[in-house]
Design a protein around this ligand. Structure first.
Ligand SMILES: Cc1cc2nc3c(=O)[nH]c(=O)nc-3n(C[C@H](O)[C@H](O)[C@H](O)COP(=O)(O)OP(=O)(O)OC[C@H]3O[C@@H](n4cnc5c(N)ncnc54)[C@H](O)[C@@H]3O)c2cc1C
Length: 448
């Protein structure tokens, strides 16, 4: 057997092949390079002007954002998360991962490229579950970024466990009447419509009690009590909303009655992956900043990069980022393969749980290596630290996702009932080996 044949056999045995190719094809790489230059040169500065990316009714914002959106459209990169049937290019999740890494570092980038949360998830569920009328009235302008939307699910008394929600809706003639309070509905103050989750069937099984509604924000009874900000944000847009006898026509039910839980899982699955992709981009920028600082900050006879303690921080950040990125891309690849978020639930939950830790640790090191400048309000790094904490809470806290990982992982062991001394004990393994082969005592013992 010549070398090439044995290599081919080895490759087959290990499952190696094109699926393990880590290279980006040159044509797509050219698009990524264009995106990178465009975002750095034209999009990033928008975040420094004190206007909000989602303020679609602000003429100044539109004057600045619309031409850039047109450039993106002309390049065929608009709404890169969507398939062609909805005006995207159908890039799939792996390519989207690489694109989102670039978009993650600039606050206006997702909106300039038409793939901003939470509109992405809201569009996804209207596209999937909406009626033709709902799609025409809400989806089309949403996809064109003529309007923005909010997802109104979490309640003030607790968000981690949706079965505790009490906001409710009753049929009243040919209208639904909604009453309750929602907390942290991101972008409620900019939104044209809200997607509201409310109890409609209190006596149904726990996960079939709630339904989803499209509620135009100017419906009487929708009252934004206040707009909370994540710490450090001057003008918050996490809306605390009270719904008092809010009447929407019966056809504003989204999907099936009692189907909210399943719908929200579809929505949140994609959203979590997209957050992870953008977080890779945020971490890349932090690593870039701390590396630049390390090699340029003078100390004694050289720079702080000469100290091993600083090198350890750079190395740890690089290692953790590369691990995280590969895991995110592998999860994206699985989504492309299965076309079903539920089949990739374990890995989606795993990257969701990993994201805040990697982001936090790299942000913390970046601050530390910058010293006093790092903690100052002249650098964005403390914002990143808070951002990492947000990633551990929004879309469900880390603990809940770790439980999902563990439960999914343990499923494959469901039927295992090992005795007190399981068959992988060294005693058992030695006994089995001796049955199979002539015992060579010294070698067997030494090898173990
Ligand atoms: C920036 C931001 C944006 C958001 N945007 C939206 C939005 O657009 N729409 C929306 O509806 N919601 C939104 N949320 C709300 C988010 O989904 C909730 O904050 C989240 O589900 C947690 O709910 P909670 O804040 O009530 O925390 P709680 O449910 O009170 O949980 C607090 C803590 O308790 C612990 N805990 C809770 N449950 C468990 C468990 N099962 N096992 C172990 N420990 C547990 C965890 O440590 C958790 O962090 C947003 C949140 C943030 C921070």
């Amino acid at each position: 057997m010549d070398d090439s044949t044995s290599l081919q056999k080895a490759a087959k045995w290990e499952g190696l092949g094109v699926a393990w190719d880590f290279e980006t094809d040159p044509e797509f790489q050219a698009k990524l390079d264009w995106m990178d230059d465009f975002v750095r040169a034209k999009v990033e500065p928008l975040g420094m002007l004190g206007i909000h990316p989602y303020d679609v009714k602000n003429p100044r914002r539109n004057e600045l954002v619309r031409p850039l959106q047109e450039e993106v459209r002309a390049k065929g990169l608009w709404a890169c998360h969507l398939g062609p049937e909805l005006g995207g290019q159908g890039f799939g999740q792996v390519k989207l991962g690489l694109m989102n890494e670039i978009l993650g570092g600039a606050s206006f980038a997702p909106i300039v490229f038409g793939c901003q949360a939470p509109d992405t998830g809201n569009a996804e569920i209207i596209a999937h579950y909406g009626t033709p009328e709902q799609k025409e009235r809400y989806l089309q302008p949403l996809l064109a970024n003529q309007i923005v939307s909010a997802f109104s699910m979490t309640e003030p008394q607790g968000g981690s466990d949706p079965t505790n929600f009490i906001t409710h809706a009753e049929l009243d003639g040919n209208h639904w009447k909604i009453n309750g309070e929602k907390w942290f509905s991101t972008n409620g103050k900019w939104a044209d419509f809200l997607i509201v989750m409310a109890v409609t069937d209190p006596d149904a099984p726990r996960h079939e009690r709630m339904s989803m509604f499209i509620v135009p924000v100017d419906t009487p009874g929708v009252d934004i009590l206040r707009n909370v900000g994540v710490y450090g944000q001057e003008n918050g847009s996490e809306s605390y909303i009270r719904y008092t006898d809010v009447r929407v026509p019966a056809d504003h039910l989204l999907g099936e009655q009692g189907g909210a839980f399943a719908i929200s899982q579809t929505r949140l699955g994609g959203g979590r992956v997209h957050h992870a992709m953008r977080t890779v981009g945020n971490c890349r920028r932090l690593l870039d900043a701390m590396s630049r600082r390390a090699v340029s900050r003078k100390t004694r006879t050289g720079t702080i990069a000469d100290y091993q303690a600083v090198q350890m921080q750079i190395a740890d950040s690089y290692i953790e980022l590369e691990q995280f990125k590969l895991f995110v891309l592998k999860t994206a690849w699985k989504i492309d393969k299965h076309q079903n978020y539920r089949k990739v639930r374990k890995d989606i939950a795993a990257i969701k749980a990993l994201m805040p830790k990697v982001y936090h640790d790299i942000a913390h090191r970046c601050i530390h290596i910058h010293g006093s400048l790092g903690v100052s309000n002249e650098m964005p790094f403390v914002g990143s630290l808070i951002g990492s904490m947000v990633m551990g809470i929004a879309d469900g806290p880390t603990e809940v996702h770790k439980v999902t990982v563990a439960k999914q992982h343990l499923r494959q062991y469901r039927d295992v009932a090992d005795p007190m001394f399981p068959d992988y004990s060294l005693l058992d393994r030695r006994a089995r080996a001796r049955e199979m082969y002539d015992p060579v005592e010294e070698i067997v013992e030494a090898a173990e």
